[in-house]
Design a protein around this ligand. Structure first.
Ligand code: PMP
Length: 357
């Protein structure tokens, strides 16, 4: 089915809730904009998309996603530039990744026109919800889940694709203390670690909570076979500066291939830094730390953007890393990335999708 943007019917709220929003004090993920996009898949095709007031959905207790986990999502952000235009950051990359997740979870692909035109129309309608404040953004949550009311393990025939949005402030305020996870694993080769599938997050909650009880904000996942190599952390990819080089684990089937990760690597290369995508053994980090060569460590992700890591714990050793202000590469890249996202510099990589109001 081909969708004409002008034909996405919108049932609008009678009164916006925007006056409840305090731009200077936004709690992450708790306030939702006025509208959402909803599209159902049935009889083998996507039906007419609709925009409607953000609100509860009615579901059968037998809804297949709840029982068997066919549920995938994305996370992306939009900003406002100085003229008040809305700038979405790399939405086509989120679109592609959603369909990679869909394929892995045996779900139908979303057509590009539904995703992009649906987003554009939703953001035009809720433009007032895109915060103009520095450091804030409109977080966009596209997701798809299986809607058959049927008990039995098989792929659903019916699905729902929905997008809602929420204005957000900064994700992590302070530099993080993280610890290498010695026992639990997030994913293994042949698994679904590269998909943004809901179950990956559910299974990570217990290990993360145990690490928090030990005084760390997050854990660092290691490989499933040997617990020897660095994978990723929470909802972030991981990067280190070792002896002046930016190094990060390679994109593989066991980690989520972050869009922020790709943006950071691209900008660091543009700036002339040496970038290496390769396996990083924990022992290498410890050796570099002991030799005074572990200069920076940080996580990258849409929610956090660049989250500095102050401490890495491994096997009884707390590695205390250099002060944040001394971290040349991550600080330079963070500033450059922010300027691109908010339209303050030329977008040479064509990452920004502009919606002029
Ligand atoms: N890894 C995981 C497990 C994540 O959930 C995320 C957040 N989407 C990332 C890495 C970072 O990806 P991105 O930069 O695309 O947000």
């Amino acid at each position: 089915m081909s969708v004409d943007m002008l034909t996405i019917p919108a049932k609008c709220v009678s009164e916006s809730r925007i006056s409840e929003l305090d731009y200077n004090n936004i709690e992450f993920g708790k306030i939702f904009s006025d509208h959402m996009l909803v599209v159902d898949y049935k009889d083998g095709e996507w039906q007419q998309p609709q925009i409607m007031p953000y609100g509860n959905m009615s579901l059968s207790p037998a809804t297949s996603a709840i029982h068997y986990g066919q549920s995938i999502f994305e996370g992306m952000k939009a900003y406002k530039d100085a003229n008040g235009d809305i700038l979405m950051f790399r939405p086509l990359d989120n679109f592609k990744r959603l369909n990679i997740s869909a394929e892995r979870m045996c779900m139908p692909e979303i057509p590009e026109d539904i995703f992009m035109q649906g987003l554009e129309q939703l953001l035009r309608l809720d433009a007032a919800w895109v915060p103009p404040t520095d450091g804030c953004a409109l977080y966009i949550r596209p997701f798809m889940f299986a809607t058959d009311d049927f008990i039995g393990v098989r792929p659903s025939s019916n699905y729902r694709f929905t997008v809602f949005t929420c204005p957000v402030g900064a994700y992590y305020g302070m530099p993080l203390k993280v610890a290498v996870e010695p026992h639990y694993v997030r994913s293994a080769e042949g698994g679904a670690g590269y998909a943004k599938a809901a179950g990956n997050y559910g299974a990570a909650l217990l290990p993360a909570r145990k690490m928090q009880e030990r005084g760390y904000h997050q854990l660092i996942w290691t490989d499933a076979k040997e617990h020897k190599y660095i994978e990723e952390s929470g909802t972030m990819n991981l990067m280190f500066v070792i002896d002046g080089k930016l190094v990060t684990p390679p994109a593989s089937t066991t980690i989520l291939k972050g869009i922020t990760r790709d943006s950071v690597l691209t900008l660091a290369r543009d700036m002339g830094y040496t970038v290496e995508e390769r396996k990083i053994a924990i022992d290498e980090l410890v050796e570099a730390y002991k030799a005074g060569k572990l200069q920076e460590a940080f996580g990258t992700g849409t929610a956090a953007t660049i989250a500095q890591i102050a401490t890495i714990h491994y096997d009884g050793l707390d590695m205390e890393l250099p002060a944040i202000e001394d971290r040349e590469i991550s600080n330079r890249v963070a500033v450059a990335l922010d300027k691109i996202k908010t339209g303050k510099v030329e977008d040479i990589h064509n990452w920004v999708y502009r919606i002029s109001l």
